[in-house]
Design a protein around this ligand. Structure first.
Ligand code: ZN
Length: 106
């Protein structure tokens, strides 16, 4: 996956819409390309973090992003195609559970 493809996949990633192979490439690219990781951070902030900011909550975006990607990579290892939906729900749910904890502790 190149940078152009990565950026094009960000909305699908945030919408839990990536296929296994794409998600794998996506995570690998995010890990190796700081520019794209930053772009992902910005889009994550726009789509999710703005709610926290508007509410005046603390929101550790970098930590959420790291956890989101780390979780995706862990789960990719044990991923099964027929569990795609469950995987995405866990991934996103996990990221937001972490974000909630961060908010609570600040
Ligand atoms: Zn890139």
């Amino acid at each position: 996956m190149n940078c152009k493809e990565f950026v094009r996949c960000i909305p699908a990633f945030l919408n839990k819409d990536l296929e296994y192979a794409q998600l794998k490439d996506f995570c690998e690219h995010a890990d190796s390309c700081p520019e794209c990781k930053e772009e992902l951070t910005i889009q994550l902030l726009i789509s999710k973090g703005i709610v926290h900011l508007e509410a005046g909550d603390a929101f550790d975006l970098n930590k959420e992003l790291s956890n989101c990607i780390a979780e995706a990579q862990r789960q990719l290892k044990s991923y099964r195609l027929n569990r795609k939906k469950a995987f995405y729900l866990e991934l996103i749910g996990g990221a937001f559970a972490v974000a909630s904890l961060v908010v609570l502790f600040l």
